[in-house]
Design a protein around this ligand. Structure first.
Ligand code: HPA
Length: 315
């Protein structure tokens, strides 16, 4: 009998496997509404901060949390239900406070599919943020540049994304829909807020950086390996400008529960697009590039905090 088919149909009879196969297969979310609520209530009872904006820091970009004033810090390990971050460059701390006067909660370290977390765990904090009263999510990540115009150290404002894992059935919204968060079939054509993107461009000019603020499409792969040459070429043909292993699940869940979203990719390496190249992507390079460009991104994101209008009044 093949592995995994124990209890299969015996000769002439309907065994366990046949009965199992006849059942509709429902994927459990893993967390109930109650679980999200309990975590949110725990946080609200342990801090006086009431954040309006949540920021998720990508690999090597956790330095933004150091800019938070009146900071109150929680280790993920002390927060009920919170997963743990297992990746170097992701500290695993939730920081409440103010960024340039804006009440914020900053995730210093996120969760990834490649760590083995199901997407309902990867995205758990986003729904908790919603229940804390957050209305806007800022996502940041380290990404490989697919667009030939991009240089290492560039910042790309995310205009759109391609959910590659979603093409093979990995989507955080799969399973019973929790109507208290959002609708069964949420649109994603406006995932990255147009008004906030305009504000980001205006603000970039104020920073006075000669470097252009790039804008483009982020494609998520599950990882953890970096792409083959053929895969990178495919992604480029699909219209992606930058590739990474995160962000998209959090954005989908954020949009599902009505958060405004905008985000940035820090281009930490150029992906290898030809077979003659001796370059190889590696995580140390990603972290090093993050360090160099981190100050620029930190200054920019923190300046943006004072420019974000309340929802529905962006101009
Ligand atoms: N590919 C995937 N993820 C990444 C890369 C890359 O080249 N750089 C940083 N994160």
């Amino acid at each position: 009998m093949p592995l995994g088919l124990k209890g299969g149909p015996g000769p002439g009879g309907r065994g366990t496997w046949a009965r199992f196969a006849a059942q509709p297969q429902v994927i459990e979310s893993g967390f109930t509404y109650d679980d999200y609520q309990k975590t949110a209530e725990w946080l609200l009872s342990h801090t006086k901060h009431r954040p309006q904006v949540a920021v998720i820091c990508g690999s090597g970009l956790g330095g933004l949390a150091e800019k938070v004033t009146q900071a109150q810090v929680f280790d993920y390990s002390e927060i009920p239900n919170f997963p743990r971050s297992t990746v170097p460059g992701h500290a695993g701390r939730l920081v409440f406070g103010f960024l340039n006067g804006r009440a914020c909660v900053v995730m210093q370290g996120r969760f990834h599919l490649y760590e083995g977390y199901p997407l309902w765990k990867v995205t758990f904090p986003v729904r908790v943020f919603r229940l804390l009263g957050v209305d806007t999510l800022v996502v940041t990540n380290a990404a490989g540049g697919l667009n030939p115009k991009f240089q290492v150290g560039d910042i790309m404002l995310i205009r759109d994304h391609i959910n590659m894992p979603g093409f093979s059935g990995q989507n955080p919204l799969i399973g019973p829909n929790e109507e208290r968060f959002g609708v069964r079939f949420p649109p994603m054509s406006d995932a990255y807020d147009r008004d906030l993107r305009k504000i980001a461009h205006k603000t970039w000019k104020q920073v006075g950086d000669k470097q252009e603020l790039q804008e483009g499409t982020y494609v998520m792969l599950a990882g953890p390996n970096f792409e083959t040459v053929a895969e990178s070429r495919l992604l480029q043909k699909l219209g992606a400008d930058a590739v990474g292993m995160s962000t998209v699940p959090e954005v989908i869940v954020a949009r599902h529960c009505g958060l405004r979203v905008f985000g940035f990719s820090l281009i930490t390496n150029k992906v290898v697009l030809n077979y003659e190249s001796l370059e190889k992507a590696n995580h140390e390079e990603v972290l090093a590039a993050g360090k160099q460009a981190a100050q620029k991104l930190e200054q920019f994101v923190s300046l943006l905090m004072s420019c974000i209008p309340p929802p529905h009044s962006a101009s």
